[in-house]
Design a protein around this ligand. Structure first.
Ligand SMILES: Cc1ncc(COP(=O)(O)O)c(C=O)c1O
Length: 437
């Protein structure tokens, strides 16, 4: 794939040397709303959802896409996906609460937490949200909460750890014997058998092997293992499954010229083995579920940031910008690559090598290392690409810097969907005891 096609997949193009995103002039956006700012193209989210749905429907119509809310939990994003027919995957009470505020019904949510507290269980049971357990030990506590509240024990699901994981960084690989998530093969039968004994009537099963998987072949081994575990459970306990969830993890091409995930391979190594399973075993007519976060939202957004300082220390060139790892954590946390481009292209200038650094008081506050860019100037605007997943949701107020705003582009119009925080917001929840007043 050539560079301009790669950019156009993310609705980016240069017109007269100015960067346009979703048909809008990025320099005008930064002038109107200020920087740093997350800018989201609504249409990209809708398209990604529709394309994925078409792909799944082409193989198996009884499917559901649960959007992983952790990727981007803005109410408007949830409403967009809800209007497309998405279901939702939540990992905390806060995410479930946010879904409710977006008008999403509990029946559309799966709660895949880990290290659940009794408070988590109570909230989910009271609100009739399906729970996906992460440890056999949690069953008794959950049953007590059902009994205490007098709520029928209907459906329960367990997250399986198929031991083979994958992901863009060690911290995003979520399967393996030393990884905290899910239930290993040895305890899988025990989990479902106990759940049956305790009184749960219907069952689902789940795995999520990691995040940022761009080589679809990486799903093959985990899926094979997962399916072998499902067969064992079904055969020894005569269980039928309401759904079989294959988790998220679908990666996106963050680097120029990188190809998207090969969906034909994904079909071959994930969907077809699932179909073979249900055709060969007596396990009911389960819904095929997946839980993508990154795939649906990452490419929908850019982060606009202004250069405030060009620093040449005699050894290295730094372009200091107003976004830091407080705004976008992924480069620091995972050494992740986000492509960075100038919003006004000066094609004829010489190319120089910069570290793009934020204002945070840490040497690790680097958004892009050794980036070749046309000569940059203070006050210019840069665009950091593919920030729509795990961008804003991972941002913080570290160094007492307020969080940035978010705007949404829909049909050529811009809408502010989050106000930037103020300095007062930083102090909102602090309480000074009397002796210090
Ligand atoms: C249980 C679960 N499902 C789905 C996802 C979404 O992953 P991704 O954004 O890579 O699709 C995650 C992410 O960590 C997860 O933990």
């Amino acid at each position: 794939m050539n560079y301009s096609k790669w950019l156009s997949m993310k609705t980016l193009e240069y017109r007269d040397d100015v960067l346009y995103f979703a048909g809008k002039n990025t320099l005008d956006i930064s002038k109107e709303y200020g920087t740093p700012i997350y800018v989201i193209n609504e249409n990209t989210i809708r398209e990604r959802y529709k394309n994925l749905k078409i792909l799944l429907n082409s193989e198996y119509e009884n499917n559901r896409i649960h959007y992983a809310v952790k990727a981007n939990s803005n109410l408007s994003i949830l409403k967009i996906l809800h209007s497309e027919g998405a279901f939702f995957d939540c990992t905390s009470m806060g995410e479930i609460y946010t879904c409710f505020k977006a008008g999403i019904s509990p029946v559309k949510i799966i709660y895949t937490g880990n290290m659940f507290t009794d408070e988590d269980f109570t909230f989910a049971v009271e609100n009739k949200v399906l729970i996906n357990l992460d440890s056999v030990s949690q069953l008794n506590r959950l049953a007590k909460i059902h009994d205490g509240l007098g709520v029928e024990k209907s459906v329960i699901s367990f997250r399986i750890n198929p031991e083979f994981g994958a992901g863009h960084h060690a911290h995003t690989i979520t399967a393996g014997r030393t990884i905290k998530f899910g239930i290993l093969e040895e305890q899988a039968i025990e989990a479902f058998s106990k759940a049956k004994d305790i009184g749960f009537k219907k069952f689902g099963i789940h795995q999520h092997i990691g995040s940022g998987v761009l080589n679809a072949q990486d799903f093959k081994k985990p899926v094979e293992k997962y399916i072998s575990i499902i067969k064992k459970i079904a055969n020894s306990l005569e269980i039928k499954f309401e759904f079989i969830d294959f988790g998220g993890g679908l990666g996106i091409p963050y680097r120029p010229l990188e190809e998207p995930l090969d969906y034909n391979i994904y079909k071959d190594v994930v969907i077809k083995p699932f179909k073979n399973l249900i055709n060969s075993e007596d396990i009911g007519e389960p819904i095929f579920k997946i839980e993508p976060g990154r795939y649906l939202t990452a490419e929908s957004s850019i982060l606009l940031t202004q250069i405030n300082t060009i620093k040449n220390n005699g050894y290295k060139l730094f372009a200091g910008v107003d976004a830091g790892f407080n705004t976008l954590l992924r480069p620091t946390l995972y050494n992740s690559y986000h492509h960075i481009i100038a919003c006004n292209k000066k094609g004829k200038e010489p190319t120089l090598t910069y570290d793009i650094t934020g204002p945070i008081c840490e040497s690790g506050d680097i958004l892009g290392k050794n980036r070749e860019l046309n000569r940059l100037e203070e006050k210019e605007i840069l665009a950091i690409l593919d920030v729509g997943a795990y961008g804003f949701t991972m941002s913080s107020t570290y160094n007492s810097r307020p969080r940035s705003s978010e705007i949404l582009i829909n049909n050529g119009k811009t809408f502010k969907i989050r106000e930037a925080e103020s300095l007062d917001d930083l102090l909102k929840h602090q309480i000074i005891p009397d002796h210090l007043k």
